[in-house]
Design a protein around this ligand. Structure first.
Ligand SMILES: Cc1cc2nc3c(=O)[nH]c(=O)nc-3n(C[C@H](O)[C@H](O)[C@H](O)COP(=O)(O)OP(=O)(O)OC[C@H]3O[C@@H](n4cnc5c(N)ncnc54)[C@H](O)[C@@H]3O)c2cc1C
Length: 149
């Protein structure tokens, strides 16, 4: 069975994995795998609401694992750290807990088709002072930080 891996479960990657899962995964015509470094997805346009304290990320984020089960694809949590294009394999970094204890070792996943949908982050275009004085809003972690500020 053809193996399709989508790396990045953001607005683009999650939508794609869901559609591929429904179309090919459910009928076992292909094995669809989504990889993301996080366990859940929160749509970026909602980050303002997290930052103002009007939204609870823990309640409103979509769990990748549950969504994958409902839409016939697999989910692997991990951060992409390498691609071996000759062997058609991606490498995911090890996962450690807050105390530095190893939870999941470095792993490899093989693919036939690889889609990279790892998004982007804000660009300050090296404008002086921006990095030191602005609150960037690219992730829930940054949104939580701005609540505390
Ligand atoms: C604050 C804010 C408000 C916005 N408001 C709007 C709006 O109102 N309307 C609109 O159309 N657009 C809006 N956008 C833009 C929109 O959110 C982006 O265009 C869209 O999220 C891009 O989707 P994407 O799938 O390319 O990347 P993302 O949604 O950024 O997803 C990337 C995913 O890749 C994962 N990832 C990254 N690196 C790795 C790695 N090495 N290994 C594994 N996983 C990885 C991340 O965890 C993330 O889940 C807004 C963006 C921001 C930041």
């Amino acid at each position: 069975m053809e193996k399709i891996i989508v790396v990045g479960g953001g607005a683009g990657g999650l939508e794609l994995a869901t559609k591929l899962g429904r179309t090919y995964g459910r009928k076992k015509r292909a094995k669809i795998t989504l990889v993301d470094r996080k366990a859940s997805h929160l749509w970026k346009p909602l980050l303002h609401e997290v930052a103002t304290g009007a939204m609870d990320e823990g309640i409103d984020a979509i769990s990748y694992r549950a969504h994958a089960k409902n839409h016939s694809f697999e989910f692997h949590m991990g951060s992409l750290c390498g691609i071996d294009r000759e062997r058609k394999a991606i490498k995911l970094s090890e996962i450690k807990d807050d105390e530095g204890e190893l939870l999941v070792p470095e792993r490899e996943l093989e693919y036939d088709i690889l889609v990279l949908a790892i998004g982007s982050t804000s660009n300050d275009f090296n404008t002086q002072g921006v990095r030191d004085n602005c609150i960037f809003l690219d992730s829930p972690e940054q949104a939580h930080l701005s609540v505390r500020k």
